[in-house]
Ligand binder design. Structure first.
Ligand code: OFO
Length: 169
């Protein structure tokens, strides 16, 4: 029987993942309005991945015969100021998500729930990649972003990102 505290924090994490999807969709809509369709694509693909993150936890809770607790998803922020500002906020958000994942890892150990501790490893690895992706784009935007031609090239590169369903392995 899975511990109640662990179930509760996993349910909160589902909500955070779906909030992340909303946030990335808000960013995608902002980029589309600016005509930056590559940036819009990148953030939309990320929104799809966030929904996968939420669904993987959903399936895990069901597999453990525990209850899903539905909560409202907050309205995402929309006052974005520039592509660089968006990616700085992405990095800040992903650091916050990383700390939530770390809390789940620690709590599952404290509660001797080794199955959840093992399950959450996938998310620990995933967060390293998410922070690194945001940092890479911030570096490029800081180096070249002010010039329109460079922004165009970065936009072109980001248009190549394709959505692949995130599988738990
Ligand atoms: Fe689900 O990793 Fe981003 O938020």
């Amino acid at each position: 029987m899975i511990n109640e505290k662990v179930i509760s924090i996993l349910n909160e994490q589902i909500n955070k993942e779906f909030y992340s999807a909303y946030l990335y969709l808000a960013m995608s809509a902002y980029f589309d309005e600016m005509g930056l369709h590559g940036f819009a694509n990148w953030t939309k693909v990320q929104a799809q991945e966030e929904m996968d993150h939420g669904m993987i936890i959903f399936d895990y809770i069901i597999d453990r015969n525990a209850k899903i607790d539905f909560k409202s998803i907050n309205v995402p922020e929309t006052n974005f100021k520039s592509p660089l500002n968006v990616f700085e906020r992405i990095l800040e958000h992903e650091k916050y998500v990383t700390s939530s994942i770390d809390i789940i890892a620690n709590m599952s150990l404290d509660e001797c729930d080794l199955a959840t501790r093992n399950f959450i490893n996938w998310y620990i690895k995933e967060q390293v990649e998410e922070e690194s992706n945001a940092s890479d784009i911030i570096t490029k935007l800081k180096m070249f972003g002010d010039e329109k031609s460079s922004l165009y090239l970065i936009d072109k590169e980001l248009s190549k990102r394709e959505y692949k369903k995130h599988q738990y392995d």
